[in-house]
Ligand binder design. Structure first.
Ligand code: HAM
Length: 397
């Protein structure tokens, strides 16, 4: 487990989320119906193949976690029996993308989903939680937000984008030509002609009153809890299910792939997948990208052992395994030296791996209930009683 994942898990538990484990392999239709037929992820990036079962079911390695969580939520009947849920998950996801720094074909996501809440305080809490994960790791981020409207106001925005796209047909890239009718929102995401995309209509100009009030409220509530958001009117996210709030957290040191957390609201998804009309919102954190950001910021903790325990002699060997177990029970990080090697190379290795102490256990000393404790920093060595060894290593005595 990575530091970012550990931290995200701790924070999710404090925000009262429960863990859900979802399959890495699902029927392909699940992703086509949720992530979306017109998303790049489903169109180009899924690893899918026919199973050898009788009907040659086509399955896919999950390209994201949300669809599996929604499926499990509906299958368990929670949408009807107990709709309000906070769930988190983590694991590998797969996308056939062009690999580069921070972009891999198998990567790891930590994700959270909340069902049954439509209120802007929930969106704000989501932003605060994402911010909390980054802050607790020491990562500086920028939080960009947008609202892409709902079933009431989206059609007008969509129509405006199509009109704009048709007017700029000659200047648009080949991908965008396909997007015009199939998925016009993605025109805003054009990586090739960013300048042109900047002149496209903005969803914010088309929001209905309810969506506008919701969006303003999300930003105000997040700001009140210390999360300043920047509006990015071109932020539409690459997956088809989003409604209203969309957000991304960007970190430094990652080059082009700077988004470490991305998410948003998906109020129509549960119903579209056969469940009740229950709202949803969530985010996914790129665990690999967080690891790069931590490294770039020099925030990876030094994981050095507290001590290396070295047994010299037959009696020592018979006792050392139990002794080491006890030390580790005291929360000490302990390495052991191979009894097939001599003291000198073992001490050299202890120094190389950065152990603070070497504990040398000899037969004679053992008979007296003591060991030699060598401080590898100062080179000083002293005799320590076995009963007090853990405290001595922890510098308590
Ligand atoms: P996503 O933005 O596609 O959203 O992915 C979430 C995060 O996964 C990204 O912000 C990024 O950090 C990381 N990521 C994406 N692709 C790659 C890659 N090829 N290599 C390394 N890291 C990557 C989702 O997947 C949604 N399910 C999030 C969500 C949950 N929305 C609502 N609920």
């Amino acid at each position: 487990m990575s530091l970012a994942e550990d931290r995200a898990r701790e924070i999710a538990l404090r925000y009262n989320y429960s863990e859900i484990r979802i399959p890495a392999l699902e029927r392909i239709e699940l992703f086509a119906r949720s992530t979306g037929e017109t998303s790049d992820v489903v169109e180009k990036q899924m690893y899918s193949f026919s199973d050898r079962d009788e009907s040659e079911t086509v399955v896919a390695l999950r390209p994201e976690g949300t669809p599996g969580v929604v499926r499990a939520y509906i299958e368990a009947g929670l949408d009807r029996s107990d709709p309000e849920q906070r769930l988190f998950y983590s694991g590998p996801v797969f996308r056939r993308e062009r690999p580069q720094k921070g972009r891999y074909r198998q990567f790891y996501q930590f994700g959270v989903e909340v069902f049954g809440r439509t209120d802007p305080a929930c969106d704000a809490e989501m932003l605060v939680m994402a911010d909390e994960i980054c802050k607790s790791l020491g990562i500086t981020t920028r939080c960009e937000v947008n609202s892409i409207g709902d079933a009431t106001c989206r059609p007008a925005f969509r129509a405006a984008l199509i009109e704009w796209g048709r007017a700029h047909l000659a200047e648009l890239c080949a991908d965008c030509h396909n997007r015009i009718e199939r998925n016009p929102l993605r025109l805003l995401d054009c990586k090739i002609d960013v300048k042109l995309a900047a002149s496209a209509p903005s969803s914010l100009d088309y929001l209905c009153e309810n969506c506008r009030v919701h969006f303003d409220s999300v930003r105000t509530l997040a700001a009140a809890a210390g999360v300043e958001t920047m509006i990015n009117p071109r932020l539409v996210r690459g997956l088809d299910y989003y409604t209203r709030t969309a957000f991304e957290f960007m970190a430094e040191g990652l080059g082009a792939q700077s988004t470490v957390i991305g998410g948003g609201r998906y109020d129509g998804l549960v119903e579209a997948m056969g469940g009740a009309a229950i709202a949803g919102i969530g985010f996914g954190m790129g665990v690999d990208r967080m690891a790069i950001a931590l490294e770039a910021a020099g925030l990876v903790p030094d994981a050095k052992p507290d001590a290396m325990v070295i047994a010299m002699g037959t009696d020592a060997l018979a006792n050392v395994v139990a002794m080491v177990r006890e030390l580790r029970r005291n929360n000490l990080r302990i390495e052991t030296g191979s009894p097939e090697r001599k003291l000198k190379p073992l001490l050299a290795r202890a120094a190389k791996i950065g152990a603070r102490f070497a504990v040398i256990v000899g037969d004679n000393e053992l008979a007296r209930g003591v060991v030699q404790l060598k401080d590898l920093g100062s080179g000083q060595q002293r005799e320590v009683g076995i009963a007090g060894l853990a405290d001595a290593i922890a510098n308590k005595s």
